[in-house]
Design a protein around this ligand. Structure first.
Ligand SMILES: NC(=O)c1ccc[n+]([C@@H]2O[C@H](COP(=O)([O-])OP(=O)(O)OC[C@H]3O[C@@H](n4cnc5c(N)ncnc54)[C@H](OP(=O)(O)O)[C@@H]3O)[C@@H](O)[C@H]2O)c1
Length: 336
């Protein structure tokens, strides 16, 4: 059973999601305003980058004194600094709200709305459904804290975790419906990342506006299909530092971030996937599992790695979504 605060916080999450795909690099934020009698009088959300923040969106729909003595719910701490818009805290104080309920504190060091609101005598409650609030804004948190894009690795495997036979045959493991689902998924990301090996083996089109290929020794043929559309950034040993003899992938990701790439969708084989996992560069894994068992010891695994002695050394992930796609299953995991 949800408390009243939790109920309105969930409403904020729903409103916030309306801005999905349009607000980056800003966070997803929704807001609900109650009058002094506890009746919902306004709702708002951050529509797109540069637009009003959710609190301003909700409050500006009301007359000057309508919210006086009321409660404002918002999933992220209100801003207290001048950015593209003036501070939301100023408007909240001006409109004489009595109470402000917040999902999570902002990770942006410029923001200290809590102190400003408290100093103005407003009652502030924080941490309502905090874990959910953090999950909702996981991309924003990663971008802000690490100055790196949020990375999702997609892999399509058999039940025994294989992505190709020992002869390298990999077409097709999953159903046509799953492949169509991947085309749709790509649209949610700013860039697709892949490798020389995958481009050489599959010659994929990977239709997308932004692509990045890790190709240490510039091995990819100039007429590869991947170049036919969109902008392609190629990381080679000439423009990227090496780490233990391999391209420094974190450096590549930070360069992409500087170019305004906030989310990356990685489609590669086990070598690169394993390397990125070991370096803690993967935030989520989307795994399509086909109802097939390869039973081929030399078949390629979705994450190549070293030998480990203990299960306790395994990477832990949290499954947060599962659905059937065609004849396959799609599992979405957050790396912990
Ligand atoms: N089932 C699936 O979801 C899926 C998706 C994509 C691909 N595939 C299959 O995967 C197979 C290719 O797998 P793969 O394991 O050979 O290749 P891969 O994992 O796609 O790429 C490995 C290559 O990436 C390059 N690379 C650059 N920097 C690296 C770094 N820091 N660490 C590791 N690699 C780095 C290296 O090539 P350079 O030295 O040339 O830079 C390396 O050989 C293909 O058969 C393809 O069909 C399957």
């Amino acid at each position: 059973m949800l408390t009243q605060d939790e109920k309105y916080m969930k409403e904020c999450f729903k409103l916030a999601l309306k801005g999905r795909g349009k607000v980056a690099p800003n966070p997803l934020v929704g807001c609900v305003v109650l009058d002094k009698f506890g009746k919902v009088i306004s709702k708002g959300y951050h529509h797109k980058y540069g637009d009003n923040h959710a609190e301003r969106d909700a409050l500006l729909k009301l007359k000057n004194n309508e919210a006086e003595g009321g409660t404002l719910y918002v999933n992220l701490e209100p801003c207290s600094h001048f950015g593209k818009t003036p501070p939301c805290t100023d408007l909240i104080i001006e409109r004489k709200l009595k109470r402000v309920v917040i999902g999570m504190k902002d990770v942006n060091p410029k923001v200290d709305g809590l102190t400003k609101l408290k100093r103005a005598g407003i009652e502030v409650t924080t941490g309502i459904l905090e874990k959910e609030a953090e999950f909702l804004n996981r991309v924003f948190i990663k971008n802000m804290k690490d100055k790196l894009p949020y990375v999702v690795l997609k892999t399509a495997t058999t039940i025994d975790g294989k992505i190709s036979t020992s002869t390298g045959d990999s077409k097709w493991i999953t159903s046509e419906e799953s492949r169509k689902e991947v085309y749709k998924m790509r649209k949610d990301f700013d860039c697709i990342m892949t490798s020389s090996n995958t481009v050489i083996a599959d010659n994929p089109k990977m239709e997308h506006r932004g692509k990045c290929i890790l190709d240490t020794n510039s091995r990819i043929p100039k007429d590869a299909q991947i170049f036919k559309q969109g902008e392609v950034y190629i990381a080679t040993k000439d423009n990227t530092p090496l780490k233990k003899g391999k391209l420094d992938i974190k450096y590549v990701l930070s360069e992409l971030y500087k170019k305004g790439i906030y989310t990356v969708f990685v489609e590669c084989g086990g070598t690169l996937a394993g390397a990125m996992l070991r370096e803690n560069l993967i935030d989520e894994v989307y795994q399509f599992i086909a109802p097939k068992i390869l039973n081929d010891n030399k078949g390629k695994s979705c994450f190549d790695g070293d030998s480990l002695k203990k299960i306790s050394s395994a990477k832990n992930l949290k499954l947060y979504s599962s659905k059937i796609v065609g004849t396959d299953i799609l599992l979405k995991y957050k790396v912990l």
